[in-house]
Design a protein around this ligand. Structure first.
Ligand SMILES: [Zn+2]
Length: 169
């Protein structure tokens, strides 16, 4: 995971209160993720950052498309993704906390970088199973899969059952 400079927020120069940031995610971002499941994509990110005394609350909202391989035909597809995640940064200089959404920053810190958190938000909201809409899978692969299904050997137990049925008749 590589931090992109455009996702760095120098919070010491911000007044207390809420601030909004907008980013476009493109090839640079998906490359920086270093996630081999994500082949590319395009998304918009809105970050609402609330600054208070020794505290930063970032509400990250991601909406767009992630290019992934279809679980059915293995051809690339664009998976729609949308979701939100909250991340709290505390300027304590204290030891790390175990809470997932709370990150301790050094009391001397003056900036945060959001690339990692934007990636987390996107990844978290991607469905586990991703397939093309019906009828849009790679036709070559679909043909092979359908054929495999047709040629599938019947369960031998059924043959046995039929044998018994025929005997009884
Ligand atoms: Zn497919």
């Amino acid at each position: 995971m590589q931090a992109l400079p455009e996702h760095t927020i120098v919070f010491t120069s911000l007044k207390d209160g809420s601030h909004r940031f907008h980013y476009r995610l493109g090839p640079d971002f998906f490359l920086a993720c270093g996630d081999e499941d994500l082949l590319g994509g395009e998304a918009g990110v809105d970050v609402d950052l609330e600054k208070a005394n020794h505290l930063l609350v970032a509400r990250i909202h991601v909406q767009g498309l992630a290019r992934m391989l279809c679980d059915h035909c293995n051809a690339p597809m664009d998976q729609p993704v949308e979701g939100e995640q909250r991340q709290i940064f505390k300027l304590t200089g204290a030891e790390e906390t175990d809470e997932d959404e709370l990150v301790s920053l050094d009391s001397g810190a003056h900036e945060i970088n959001l690339t990692h958190y934007i990636y987390e938000c996107l990844r978290l909201h991607l469905p586990i199973r991703h397939v093309h809409p019906p009828g849009q899978c790679d036709p070559e692969v679909t043909k092979v899969l359908d054929k495999a299904l047709v040629n599938h050997e019947p369960d031998p137990r059924w043959a046995k059952l039929n044998e018994l049925k025929n005997k009884g008749a």
